[in-house]
Design a protein. Structure first.
Length: 256
């Protein structure tokens, strides 16, 4: 059994005061349960250092939402992997649809960012999925895996987390249908098998993201291929995140 994974992406929200209040409320509700899985919260850059500080000696792990593809300082307004690591990020999201759309990141930009993350000691969480509901899921995921992960070793891939997140499922009232998620997760694991072998494909965690709520978690977690869930909007609500931890632990037995 793979260790379950939860990723909360706070996007462009949460002041420092809201971050402090979130951590206090979440820890009180969670009662240490999240120590049985990997719980990663990705705040905006402005709250990274504060969340890293507040999360010390707690089960909360901290991730950045993006990093620059560059390493030299002549990029006003950007944050390098080294700077994100310096304020306490341990993980980084690579390839969120909002960033791909708004900044024009291509799979080859994602590949560069992935290597920047690894060089700085950040563990990448790769977001992969199709843009349109009508796109062929297995082909799209095969192409993405080969474009983004082409220079990686199986050892590097083993350090990463994966989120299957179709663009059309973000910001909706309902998550994607379970059969669709199953197809995506299977296709992603098959693509990883083709490139990196069965052992790597069986050890990586693949979770689903896109309009996840605790109410839908039980239904989604009936999929045995799924190692956890990711939440955007709901991930800013301490009660919803604590409830998600409980749902996941009741469906998955954690490995120490
Ligand atoms: P959502 O966001 O849960 O609010 O749909 C998911 C995401 O963008 O990662």
């Amino acid at each position: 059994m793979r260790r379950p994974l939860i990723v909360a992406n706070w996007k462009m929200a949460m002041t420092l005061a809201e971050t402090r209040s979130f951590v206090q409320q979440f820890l009180a509700l969670d009662q240490g349960r999240s120590a049985h899985l990997d719980l990663i919260i990705c705040p905006p850059y402005t709250a990274l250092a504060e969340l890293a500080h507040l999360s010390r000696n707690t089960p909360i792990q901290v991730g950045a939402q993006d990093i620059s593809a560059h390493t030299d300082p002549a990029h006003t307004g950007q944050i390098s992997a080294a700077l994100a690591a310096d304020v306490g990020a341990q993980w980084v999201l690579i390839g969120h649809w909002e960033i791909r759309r708004e900044r024009g990141d291509t799979p080859s930009t994602m590949r560069v960012k992935l290597h920047r993350a690894l060089e700085a000691g950040l563990r990448p969480i790769l977001l992969l999925g199709e843009a349109e509901r009508t796109d062929p899921v297995p082909t799209t995921l095969r192409h993405l895996v080969s474009a983004v992960l082409q220079d990686c070793t199986p050892e590097e891939v083993n350090t990463m987390g994966f989120i299957y997140e179709p663009a059309w499922a973000i910001g909706q009232a309902q998550s994607a249908p379970t059969e669709h998620i199953h197809t995506g997760v299977q296709a992603l694991r098959e693509a990883i098998t083709q490139h990196f072998g069965q052992q790597t494909a069986e050890s990586i965690r693949i979770i689903y993201g896109g309009s996840v709520t605790p109410d839908q978690a039980d239904n989604l977690l009936t999929l045995p291929s799924l190692d956890g869930l990711g939440m955007g909007r709901k991930g800013r609500d301490p009660a919803a995140l604590a409830a998600l931890v409980q749902h996941i632990l009741s469906h998955r037995t954690a490995r120490p």
